[in-house]
Design a protein around this ligand. Structure first.
Ligand SMILES: Nc1ncnc2c1ncn2[C@@H]1O[C@H](COP(=O)(O)OP(=O)(O)OP(=O)(O)O)[C@@H](O)[C@H]1O
Length: 250
């Protein structure tokens, strides 16, 4: 008799992670799991700990405590995983003003082990998908905010990582590009990519996420699937959590 196949580990697993910033807890006792093909929206008021959480997942900030596993492997033991398994869009995409759009993509690809034809094909694919083809030779220093954001997204997608970590991905995008981004994220999820994104916009979450987590004062207060047509219910949950925090802080 065949032995039962072991279930594959979640794409991302956070186990009781915590991080202080400037001597104060920014993220506290945070645990969650993200499976292939899920789009998780991380909501929270300013300072709730969203960017700190995403930076820890991306390997840019080390947690003070807890474990981060990507595809079942401990992230702190295998930091190279960060480059290979994760596509990260930080809050403001760090770009070199004197490099062109294509040079950015080329550099990102090389850092992730791509070269030759696969690198060229990957760059062409994201230039096309993010509508950056016409801008390929333009210097990053003269891009508009929305174009910079699209270049940041292209860098995150380039090496086709199984996990996308996107901090405010709709920032600076015009309404047409916001809709295009939603479509892109749905495509990624349909292909099995797991996505975690932070936003202040409840509409972004209800438009594209199938699960929502709400962080408040560094603590996970809500983590639940998000069925379609749940905007009103999510709005109430979010404001109840935010208002309770205000009463507590007053
Ligand atoms: N570079 C830093 N140095 C010190 N403290 C920081 C730094 N960045 C963030 N913090 C603090 O950590 C806490 C969490 O901030 P974080 O940026 O993670 O929140 P956020 O939910 O992403 O907020 P926002 O929605 O405003 O971007 C806040 O109290 C913030 O002041």
């Amino acid at each position: 008799m065949n032995a039962p196949k072991p279930a594959s580990p979640p794409v991302l697993e956070l186990e009781d992670i915590a991080r202080q910033r400037a001597g104060r807890p920014a993220v506290h006792a945070l645990s969650l799991r993200l499976e292939a093909g899920q789009i998780l929206g991380l909501l929270g008021v300013n300072g709730a700990g969203k960017s700190t959480t995403l930076a820890m997942i991306a390997g840019a900030l080390r947690p003070d405590r807890g474990a981060i596993r990507v595809q079942g492997r401990d992230f702190l033991e295998y930091p190279e995983l960060a480059r290979q398994a994760i596509g990260w869009l930080p809050e403001s995409a760090p770009l070199w003003p004197e490099l062109t759009v294509r040079e950015h993509l080329d550099a990102h690809g090389r850092l992730r082990g791509l070269s030759g034809v696969p690198l060229k094909d990957a760059c062409d694919a994201v230039l096309e998908r993010l509508e950056l083809k016409e801008l390929a030779r333009r210097l990053a220093g003269v891009l508009s905010q929305g174009q910079r954001q699209r270049l940041g997204l292209a860098c995150a997608l380039l090496h086709r990582p199984p996990l996308l970590v996107l901090d405010e991905p709709a920032n600076a995008l015009d309404p047409v590009q916001v809709v295009a981004l939603r479509q892109l994220l749905r495509e990624q999820a349909a292909a099995g990519t797991a996505v975690i994104l932070s936003t202040h916009q409840l509409t972004e979450v209800t438009a594209v996420c199938d699960r929502v987590a709400i962080l408040h004062e560094g603590t996970l207060r809500h983590d639940a699937p998000l069925p379609a047509d749940q905007h009103a219910a999510l709005e109430k949950t979010f404001f109840d959590i935010a208002a309770a925090g205000r009463t507590h802080a007053a």
